[in-house]
Design a protein around this ligand. Structure first.
Ligand SMILES: [Fe+2]
Ligand SMILES: [Fe+2]
Length: 343
């Protein structure tokens, strides 16, 4: 951990060790198995108010609170999730990513009965606005409920300005201002390069090793370093790794700019657990060449998770390819869905 003061975070569980070397990298020995895991999608790119429950996916049910205008969830180009675990009979929870639009995300949290009071930590996958946009306004608006000194876990370079170099011109995606976060006096920023337990049984990935030949970050993604704009390889991007008792790994990605196959293989390597129960999150394949989509889907199919839930920036073509190639494992995501994993 790299913090200005002593790490405010939870210590690694006594049942969890880091420090075993695998190819020169740290690995996690996951002794902590989850009895229960709930992933609630607070915001995402797609919302379908009428979609029925399906397998582990419990859908949000509309109930008018004050009027018909206050029962629909908000969808956007963004991602925010609430992660709740039960380990050794004890519940824990944190928020993973924060979406973009404060009004929409806060309304969704209210309709989904998700309260800041419940969180032990906040965690941000990477420095793109669609994951941190609503963060400061949310924390500010919930200042009475945010546990004071709550850690905000981030990877490297999360506060750097990002750009996309579109054919039509360079677009700034702005940056999360660390001073603005810290000056709220509510949140303590903790940066990590290594795998780290956010709450018992839920791990930040650390730097994700790139092993596939085809999962490359397109050169249009840039990051500001000093006075230079350099190709952004998202070295600090963090995914979540969890281990369901008797079921295997659950991997949740923010955008998977590092490649979703790289991310899952990294989870297997870091934990020493081969069996993958579920892969969820943004896989960043929107606009990708058909060959890249085919190779990604083929490799995930070979890993053979019990569930595949592509969200957010995965894109229509990749989502429908997963559905076609993995029909028994595929679940379409919609905003407000609760994924219920049990041992
Ligand atoms: Fe994203
Ligand atoms: Fe992103």
């Amino acid at each position: 951990m790299d913090t200005e003061e002593e790490s405010p975070g939870l210590p690694l569980s006594p049942k969890t060790e880091t420090g075993c070397a695998k190819g020169g990298m740290l690995c996690i020995v996951v002794g902590l198995e989850l009895d229960k895991l709930t992933v609630t999608v607070i915001t995402d790119n797609y919302y379908d108010a009428l979609r029925p429950d399906f397998k582990i996916a419990e859908r949000y049910k509309m109930k008018p609170k004050t009027s018909i205008y206050n029962m629909n969830l908000h969808a956007e180009h963004g991602l925010a999730c609430c992660i709740e675990t039960v380990v050794d009979g004890k519940p824990h929870s944190f928020m993973f990513d924060f979406g973009v639009d404060f009004q929409g995300v806060s309304k969704n949290m209210e309709l989904l009965n998700i309260d800041f009071k419940m969180f032990e930590a906040l965690a941000l996958s990477h420095g793109h606005f669609d994951h941190w946009g609503a963060l400061i306004a949310l924390v500010k608006s919930q200042s009475e409920k945010v546990p004071k000194g709550i850690p905000l876990y981030v990877g490297e370079e999360v506060f750097s300005e990002r750009f996309v170099n579109f054919p039509s011109g360079l677009v700034s995606l702005e940056f999360l201002n660390r001073e603005n976060v810290e000056s709220l006096g509510l949140v303590k920023v903790a940066e990590t390069k290594e795998p780290f337990a956010i709450i018992p049984g839920a791990y930040f990935s650390g730097r994700i090793e790139r092993v596939t030949e085809y999962e490359k970050v397109p050169p249009i993604f840039l990051v500001q370093r000093g006075d230079k704009k350099e190709h952004d390889m998202f070295i600090g991007e963090q995914a979540l790794f969890l281990n369901m008792k008797g079921k295997g790994l659950v991997v949740l990605s923010g955008c998977a700019h590092s490649g979703i196959v790289n991310t899952v293989k990294h989870a297997q390597k870091m934990t020493g657990i081969e069996k993958v129960h579920a892969v969820l999150g943004g896989f960043h394949l929107t606009g990708a060449k058909p060959e890249i989509i085919q190779r990604t889907v083929a490799d995930i199919k070979a890993i053979n998770p019990d569930y595949i839930v592509p969200m957010h920036c995965t894109g229509y073509e990749a989502i429908t390819t997963f559905e076609k190639e993995m029909p028994n494992q595929f679940i379409i995501n919609t905003v407000g869905t609760r994924y219920l994993f049990t041992a």
